[in-house]
Ligand binder design. Structure first.
Ligand SMILES: *Cc1c(COP(=O)(O)O)cnc(C)c1O
Ligand SMILES: [Zn+2]
Length: 377
């Protein structure tokens, strides 16, 4: 009922094969036919598991949940244009990564695996650690040395072991791959079950718009957990005949770390090697995303595009939404800076959706610095 298929070679594996990548080294996707019994869905609790028939898990007993999902979708004004904002910072751990963690850890529980490793610049680590705590699964999270203290505290509070790795985000990924030779890798970037969770955001957006697809969805993109998840979710909805078009997906990167943007500009399927500069948008500062090719393909197929935002624009977006009562982290503000850029040339009447991807309480130090820099002017 759900096969794992390689995106780089013709190999397929049964869904129960406890692997997270192909023997050729390629990333895996899941072939799964989702269904949407709308009348039943309507009567269920307001969380992401209301789309039960669209999530590839065998047994309900294995569902690991903290009541996540069905976040509010509210209209906000940007430069006179209406944009529907999905409040994905209002999750149990403070970011939409809970969608992916809930499905992935449920699957891991179903398989009877009792120990995992994961690496993260913060939020994915928090989400995996929280759902492992809920499932009583042992977990170790590898993080770069400069990870924000709030995220480190959160991971440790859930009872996960933290491994601080010196060097870049890529050095952390390498150290984790080594550990993953022995312990199951609950990776948000590699593991296809994570994307079977993040895709539920597309379902919710459509249901909240009256089972209609928006025209444009503006999303952050580093590893693409939300962008590829949404692409998969909209494809599921189209296959089930609920919507007739996939919205244009606009991916936002920080100019200081924008390998996908550079590849997009050059119309190249391969990512350039970049030396990243520091950015406020730590959550999307991914120099070598493992699903890079897939992200470029999804954006192309949706007739979307990739845009970049500067540090000053990220700051301004953060201050703007805070002054309207929404407290989000700088990574999330990067997407909103992208919204500002997009609406400057959007067509009248377009239904535009975007997200607040992470909570401001995750990044107290960075936000204090931003506020201090305002007073200096
Ligand atoms: C993970 C994350 C993103 C998007 O990240 P990807 O690397 O594309 O998966 C955006 N915002 C926040 C707050 C995040 O935690
Ligand atoms: Zn393969």
């Amino acid at each position: 009922m759900n096969d794992l298929i390689c995106t780089s070679c013709p190999k397929r594996f049964p869904g129960q094969a406890r692997i997270w990548k192909c023997s050729c080294g390629g990333v895996l996707d899941i072939e799964f036919s989702a269904s949407f019994p709308i009348e039943k869905i309507r009567q269920r609790n307001l969380n992401m598991w209301r789309y039960r028939e669209a999530i590839p898990l065998e047994d309900d007993e294995n569902i690991i949940t903290l009541g996540e999902g069905f976040t509010p979708l509210i209209p906000l004004n940007f430069a006179g244009k209406k944009v529907w904002i999905k409040q994905e910072h209002l999750f149990p751990t403070g970011s939409y990564k809970d969608r992916g963690a809930s499905v992935l850890i449920s699957k891991i529980k179903e398989w009877g695996i009792n120990e995992v490793v994961e690496d993260s610049s913060g939020n994915a680590g928090c989400a995996i650690a929280a759902y492992c705590a809920r499932a009583k699964i042992k977990c170790e999270i590898f993080v770069p040395q400069d990870t924000s203290p709030a995220k480190l505290a959160q991971i440790q509070a859930y009872g996960a072991k933290v491994r601080l790795i010196p060097g870049s985000r890529e050095d952390t990924a390498q150290a984790t791959l080594k550990a993953a030779e022995k312990i199951y890798y609950a990776s948000h970037s590699w593991n296809p079950f994570f994307f079977q969770g993040t895709k539920t955001m597309a379902f919710e957006v459509c249901e909240q718009l009256g089972w209609q697809s928006p025209d444009v969805v503006i999303l952050p993109v580093g590893n693409g957990t939300l962008l590829l998840g949404c692409f998969c979710g909209f494809q599921d909805l189209r296959q089930a005949g609920l919507i007739d078009k996939i919205p244009r997906l606009i991916g936002i990167q920080a100019a200081n770390c924008a390998p996908l943007y550079l590849a997009w500009q050059e119309n190249s399927p391969d990512l350039p090697f970049i030396t990243q500069k520091e950015t406020l948008a730590e959550g999307i500062a991914i120099a070598a995303p493992v699903r890079g090719k897939q992200i470029l393909q999804a954006i192309k197929e949706s007739s979307g595009e990739i845009m970049i935002v500067e540090e000053e624009e990220i700051k301004a977006a953060l201050i703007d939404v805070s002054r309207r009562g929404f407290y989000i982290e700088p990574t999330a503000a990067a997407t909103i800076a992208g919204v500002n850029k997009y609406v400057a040339h959007s067509l009248p009447g377009e239904t535009i959706v975007s997200v607040f991807s992470g909570h401001g309480l995750k990044a107290t130090e960075k936000i204090l610095k931003i506020l201090a820099s305002l007073h200096q002017k």
